[in-house]
Design a binder for this molecule. Structure first.
Ligand code: GTP
Length: 355
């Protein structure tokens, strides 16, 4: 295996307001962009060249990742003027591949943390002669996902939309956002228009009788699409629950330039970004503090993201919420239950008490 395509062009609407300033694949999980975690795992599995399929804020990727030499791979950038969807993005990125038509190409959604064995997926794909191999993962609640039933030989039987009734839950296997295409098969995706692999390309391959394999793998898997999964993924990496080669599991990860006062309590896999400060007796549990933010003495932050340069004042509480870049939560406020504060917003001080 040598080439992979990474899809990083989505707008990341479910992760707003974090994605208003930074594309989702570049948001730091445990201090490192999820794209970088993926490229490092792909490199360790034998990938030497990565084509990034970019659209939303395309320029930021090249600024951050350059030609890839720091990561030990070569990176090429395929830019879409208009978003082409997942299938159109793969087709567009394939123009920059250098491998032969019969070679395998790994394709990764740019927002997934996964411990799946990439090399084994590719080897299985090549030896089976399939047109497409999908990594499938099992989930406890399949109702929120499109389902992918397979037969006893691992051949995909159908691609089902999200189940609406209990009878429609025919399997707990879902598409994990990691595929291996035989390169020539990518050429069958229509060029120059938006295409969804999930809704169009995959069902079409099945309808045309092509061999589509599904490999069920129960390794760690998490789609970082929502703020809560983003926080969870970051904490899982720090705690050692999610795979991260060379990382020593820890209760927290404090990046360079950050300040954590002696009386402060931090844990639960919290990451404290560069130059962020946790002052006095502040409590921060299971959260992501982005660069330069401040949590003052007497503040509590749990299961939340505090944006770059944001400030949580003493006497304020933030639980399961997102504070946008540069926003300020003044004393007395309680943000809970999925609240999202937009960048730069100042919540004025309040003495109202919530039960
Ligand atoms: P939401 O808006 O929150 O659903 O996020 P998203 O825009 O990232 O969409 P989704 O999570 O379904 O995308 C799955 C993967 O495909 C992500 O890695 C996206 O970056 C990527 N992706 C989605 N649409 C496009 C597109 O039009 N072009 C490119 N290049 N990538 C895309």
């Amino acid at each position: 295996m040598s080439e992979a395509i990474l899809l990083v062009g989505g707008r990341g609407t479910r992760l707003r307001p974090l994605t208003l300033t930074t594309p989702k694949p570049l948001l730091p999980v445990a201090g490192v962009p999820v794209t970088v975690h993926q490229i490092e795992r792909a490199r360790d599995a034998g990938v030497t060249r990565v084509v990034l399929g970019t659209s939303y804020r395309a320029e930021v990727f090249a600024e951050r990742l350059g030609d890839g030499r720091d990561l030990g791979v070569e990176i090429a950038y395929a830019v879409e003027d208009e978003p082409l969807g997942t299938g159109g993005a793969i087709r567009n990125a394939a123009e920059l591949l250098t491998c032969a038509p019969g070679d395998p190409v790994m394709v990764l959604n740019g927002d997934v943390l996964s411990g799946v064995d990439y090399a084994a997926l590719v080897e299985g794909h090549v030896s089976s002669g399939a047109a497409l191999t999908l990594h499938l993962t099992r989930v406890a609640d399949p109702t929120a996902y499109g389902l992918v039933p397979t037969d006893g030989d691992g051949r995909v039987l159908a691609f089902r939309e999200k189940p609406q009734t209990p009878e429609e839950i025919v399997t707990d296997q879902i598409n994990a956002g990691c595929y291996v295409f035989t390169r020539a098969v990518i050429g069958e995706i229509p060029a120059g228009r938006p295409v969804s692999v999930e809704r169009e390309t995959f069902p079409d391959l099945l309808a045309r009788g092509r061999v589509v394999r599904g490999v069920v793998d129960d390794a760690y898997w998490l789609d970082l699409g929502t703020p809560w999964d983003f926080v969870r993924g970051s904490c899982d990496l720090v705690l050692g629950v999610a795979p991260w080669r060379g990382h020593e599991p820890a209760d927290s990860l404090v990046q360079t330039g950050a300040q954590v006062d002696d009386a402060a309590v931090i844990g639960g896999g919290t990451t404290v970004g560069h130059d962020a400060r946790i002052l006095g007796d502040a409590v921060v549990e299971g959260s992501v503090l982005l660069d330069g933010c401040v949590v003052e003495a007497g503040a509590r932050v749990m299961g939340s993201v505090i944006g770059a340069g944001a400030r949580v004042r003493g006497g304020a509480t933030v639980v399961d919420s997102v504070v946008g870049d540069g926003a300020v939560v003044e004393a007395g406020n309680e943000l809970r239950h999925g609240a999202r504060l937009w960048p730069g917003v100042v919540l004025p001080p309040t003495s109202v008490r919530f039960s």
